[in-house]
Design a protein around this ligand. Structure first.
Ligand code: ADP
Length: 478
């Protein structure tokens, strides 16, 4: 038996609580019984006091000595009493009390009413009722007593009954508690068994959900949701690995083929140069792909920090446009820009922000046919700063738009590959945007063109603009 098991611990807690409650209840019942017995005793003492009082009243005509004499008769009747004179001296004590050496000291002042108290030596405990009476100008204190022993017997019997019954009841309750907690925790064992049976090979399996509406239902549902998330991310990793191997296989095959072609027989210098050129191009593509994969893997692992510093975004965009302008011009594209007059400061990680802009502009150049037009616009309003890259290229079909930010997704694999694409650009761009707290969105109409827009919240920038150049030294982890 597992002594740390929940059902055993529950049973122990439950039994401990029950023992405490049972003992408290036993104590309280004993106290209540004793009080109620004392009450019954007091009631009978009250009547007996009245009797003794009347007896003294009736026999008071011969003074204190006469009363003492008459009280002997009462003693013979077995009454337990004692009477004290005006100065506290014992006038009479019944034989029953004297025999047990009950104290003959003057009792405490009962005042105008009656006084009930426990008295007597330990071997003869009695309940006493005391009253002050006035008889023929004499002040007497009379006391009647009743042995408590008979009631203590009742209490003892009550106690022994409790001592017998309690362990029995507690043992039964403990077994009952164990059975109940076993029943209540039964579904947990089932969840454990089902969860153990789920391996990486059958991640699609789910736990059965009891329709009990309790915590166990919620636990099963939560674990199932967790499994769904795990399954999704495992599938994502598997897809990513398969896509990555597939993407790497093509350039590797081309390199292999080009090298084999060059080595198969004697080649002219030009032929060799052409083969080496092909090998170089594909090696470059491999390197680029591996770099991108590495970057994404680092981000996935959460290890890649980006360091936000206060930067002039307009100037940054201008730099990137100038960098790619030649490429666009070579392809016969017209690139126009539209920036506000003033600088536009924002907190960005320059290296990755520049990479994101390069991806967007490079795509616009890649996918727009010669003679086309690309517009890069930077605007600012109350809430946001927006950088929009618009081209009048082929556009992206609306059914493809939800997928274009997925890793390795490409509308046209061949065209993308011919243009040097890897299918990872937009996934990286979105990741960078999110790491800046920005949004990267796309609008596209087939045949008319595409616009990618990056929106940065101004509040986000302002906070960092406050620290100004000092922020350049600060590394902010996002
Ligand atoms: P790639 O390396 O293939 O360009 P991206 O992730 O950058 O990968 O883009 C994914 C796909 O989105 C591209 O293959 C292309 O089909 C489409 N795409 C991206 N930008 C544009 C654009 N400006 N115009 C038309 N299609 C685009």
């Amino acid at each position: 038996m597992n002594i740390r098991s929940l059902r055993l611990r529950l049973t122990l807690w439950y039994t401990c609580a029950l023992v405490l409650v049972a003992f408290a209840l036993a104590g309280a019942s004993r106290w209540a019984l004793a009080v109620s017995l004392d009450h019954a005793l007091d009631q009978s003492l009250r009547y007996r006091l009245i009797g003794v009082h009347s007896f003294i009243d009736e026999n008071s005509h011969d003074g204190l000595a006469g009363i003492t004499l008459k009280l002997r008769e009462l003693d013979h009747l077995g009454e337990l009493f004692q009477v004290f004179g005006p100065h506290g001296e014992v006038v009479a004590q019944s034989d029953g009390l004297a025999r047990h050496h009950v104290s003959t000291e003057m009792p405490p002042d009962p005042g105008p009413g009656l006084l009930f108290r426990n008295a007597g030596p330990p071997w003869f405990p009695v309940r006493m009722a005391t009253q002050r009476i006035y008889v023929d100008g004499l002040t007497l204190t009379i006391e009647v007593a009743d042995p408590r022993r008979k009631f203590e017997g009742v209490l003892r019997e009550f106690y022994s009954a409790l001592c017998l019954a309690l362990p029995l009841v507690l043992t039964m309750a403990a077994f009952g508690g164990y059975w109940l907690s076993s029943r209540a925790l039964g579904p947990v064992d089932r969840i454990i068994d089902e969860a153990r049976a789920i391996a990486p090979s059958n991640l699609a399996a789910r736990l059965s959900v009891p329709a009990s509406g309790d915590e166990l239902q919620r636990l099963s549902e939560t674990l199932n949701q967790l499994l769904t998330r795990v399954e999704q991310s495992v599938q994502q990793v598997r897809r990513f690995t398969a896509d990555a191997s597939h993407e790497l296989r093509t350039p590797m095959t081309l390199i292999y083929t080009a090298a084999e072609f060059a080595l198969r027989r004697e080649r002219s210098v030009d032929e060799l140069k052409e083969s080496l050129g092909k090998i170089l191009r594909e090696a470059k593509r491999c390197t680029e792909l591996i770099n991108q994969l590495l970057r994404l893997a680092q981000w996935d692992a959460g290890s890649n920090r980006i360091d936000l510093v206060s930067s002039d975004v307009a100037a940054l965009v201008g730099d990137v446009v100038n960098e790619l302008r030649l490429l666009a011009v070579e392809k016969g594209l017209e690139v126009t820009t539209s920036f506000p007059e003033s600088s536009m400061w924002a907190a960005v990680d320059e290296v990755s922000f520049r990479r994101m802009l390069l991806i967007l502009l490079d795509n616009a150049i890649k996918y727009t046919a010669g003679g086309g037009r690309i517009v890069v616009r930077v605007t600012e309003d109350e809430a946001e700063m927006a950088i929009a890259v618009t081209d009048n290229g082929p556009g992206i079909p609306s059914e493809d738009l939800p997928f274009i930010f997925d890793r390795f997704w490409r509308a046209d694999k061949v065209r993308s590959r011919d243009a040097g694409g890897t299918g990872l650009g937009l996934a990286i761009a979105r990741e960078i945007a999110e790491r800046h707290g920005a949004r990267l969105t796309v609008e596209s109409v087939v045949g008319h063109g595409t616009t990618f827009t990056v929106r940065l919240r101004r509040g986000f920038q302002k906070d960092l603009r406050l620290v100004g150049d000092a922020a350049k030294q600060n590394e902010i982890n996002v």
